[in-house]
Design a protein around this ligand. Structure first.
Ligand code: FAD
Length: 304
C-alpha cells in the first residue's frame, strides 16, 4: 500500500473522502486538475486531525478554502487536499467578539454583522472565500481590511498542537501575511476571533448595498479569482495592463476581462496553462514598457 492509500484509509472516518477529485469543481476559476485525496471536514477538530495525519504520513497537504484566490495546475494537486467547511461561530457575553471556525464564509458573516448592527465588516460583504483564506491574505476592500477587526487566530502546527496567536504577530500587510511570505510553513488556521463595535444596522446595510453596487458595476461576470495582481504603489494594475494593449486579450477560453483588466476570466473550458500564459505575458509587457514588476495576488497551486 502506498502512503497515499494508507492515509486515505485512515482519514475516511474523519470526513467525506474522494480520490482523484477534479479541483475545477472547487475553484471560482472553474479550473484545476485532480486532487489525489480530497477530504471534506466540517469542524476544526477534523481539520486538525487531517493536517496532523498528512504530516505524520509525510504526504503533502493543501488546505482549501473556497478556492477564490488560487489557480490550480491542470495536473492537479498531489497528496491530501482538505476542503475546509468548519463553520461554527460563537459570540462572547458582550456580543461584540466572535470566535469563528476558519471555514466560515467571510462575506456571509460580514453581511450578518451588518444586519445585527455590528460595525467593522461592511466592506467585506462581497469578498468570496473563507475566514482562513482572509487571514492568509489580509483580505480587504474599499479602505478596510481584516487586520482592522482580527484579534487572534488559533493555529495548528504541522504534526503538533495548536495555539492562539495575536493578530499583530501575523505580519498582516496589503494582501499578505507571514503565511504568504513562507514564514508560517505548514501552519493551518483553525479558528479566528474578530472584534466588532456597536453600530446602526440600517446604516451598515446601506453601506453594504453601496459596495454591492460598486462590485456589480466594476467586475466581470465570467469565472475568475478576483484581482490577478496586487496594485503596485501609485499604479493601478488594471491601468498598466490596459496600457500594454492586453484588454480583452485571449488564450484558448481564458481572457483578460475587457470590463476590468486586472480580472482574468475563464469563459468556458480554459486551462490553467492558458491563464498562466496570459499572466506571464502581462508581466512581460508591463516590465518591458514601464519597468514595473507586477506581483501576483492569485496564488499558483499544485503540480506546475
Ligand atoms: C469575484 C472575486 C472578488 C474578490 N474580491 C476580493 C476583494 O475585494 N478583496 C480581497 O482581498 N480578495 C478578493 N478576492 C480574492 C479572494 O476572495 C480572497 O483572497 C479570499 O480571502 C480567499 O479565500 P479562500 O477561502 O477562497 O482561499 P483559497 O483560494 O481556497 O486559498 C488561498 C490560500 O489560502 C490558504 N488557506 C485557506 N484556508 C486556510 C486555512 N484555514 N489555514 C491556512 N491556510 C489557508 C490556501 O492553502 C491557499 O494557500 C476576490 C475573489 C473573487 C473571485
Amino acid at each position: 500500500m502506498s502512503a497515499i492509500d494508507t492515509l486515505a484509509t485512515a482519514l475516511a472516518v474523519h470526513g467525506e473522502l474522494r480520490r482523484d477529485e477534479p479541483l475545477a469543481r472547487h475553484t471560482t476559476f472553474g479550473i484545476g486538475g485532480p486532487a489525489d485525496i480530497f477530504l471534506t471536514v466540517r469542524d476544526a477538530a477534523g481539520l486538525a486531525i487531517a493536517t496532523n495525519a498528512a504530516h505524520d504520513a509525510d504526504v503533502p497537504l493543501f488546505v482549501l478554502g473556497s478556492g477564490s484566490n488560487i489557480l490550480v495546475a491542470d495536473a492537479g494537486i498531489r497528496g491530501l487536499t482538505v476542503d475546509n467547511r468548519a463553520r461554527a461561530e460563537a459570540a462572547d457575553s458582550t456580543g461584540l467578539n466572535y470566535t469563528l471556525e476558519s471555514g466560515t464564509s467571510f462575506a456571509a458573516f460580514a453581511r450578518k454583522m451588518c444586519r445585527l448592527g455590528l460595525d467593522g465588516l461592511a466592506w467585506a460583504v462581497g469578498i468570496p472565500g473563507t475566514l482562513g483564506g482572509a487571514c492568509v491574505y489580509n483580505a480587504g476592500a474599499y479602505g478596510g481590511c481584516l487586520a482592522d477587526v482580527l484579534t487572534r487566530v488559533r493555529l495548528q502546527e504541522p504534526g503538533g498542537g495548536d495555539s492562539w496567536v495575536a493578530a499583530r504577530d501575523l505580519g498582516l500587510v496589503y494582501r499578505g501575511s507571514a503565511f504568504t511570505r513562507g514564514q508560517f510553513g505548514g501552519k493551518t488556521v483553525l479558528e479566528a476571533e474578530v472584534r466588532l463595535t456597536p453600530g446602526d444596522s440600517r446604516t451598515l446595510l446601506d453601506q453594504a448595498a453601496t459596495y454591492d453596487e460598486k462590485r456589480l458595476t466594476a467586475q466581470p461576470r465570467g469565472r475568475n479569482a478576483g484581482s490577478t495582481f496586487k496594485n503596485p504603489p501609485d499604479h493601478p494594475a488594471w491601468k498598466l495592463i490596459d496600457e500594454v494593449g492586453m484588454r480583452g486579450a485571449t488564450r484558448g477560453d481564458a481572457a483578460v476581462s475587457d470590463r476590468h483588466c486586472n480580472f482574468f476570466v475563464n469563459y468556458g473550458n480554459a486551462k490553467a496553462a492558458d491563464v498562466a500564459w496570459l499572466i506571464a505575458e502581462a508581466q512581460r509587457r508591463v516590465k518591458g514598457q514601464f519597468g514595473i514588476q507586477l506581483e501576483r495576488e492569485v496564488e499558483f497551486v499544485g503540480a506546475w
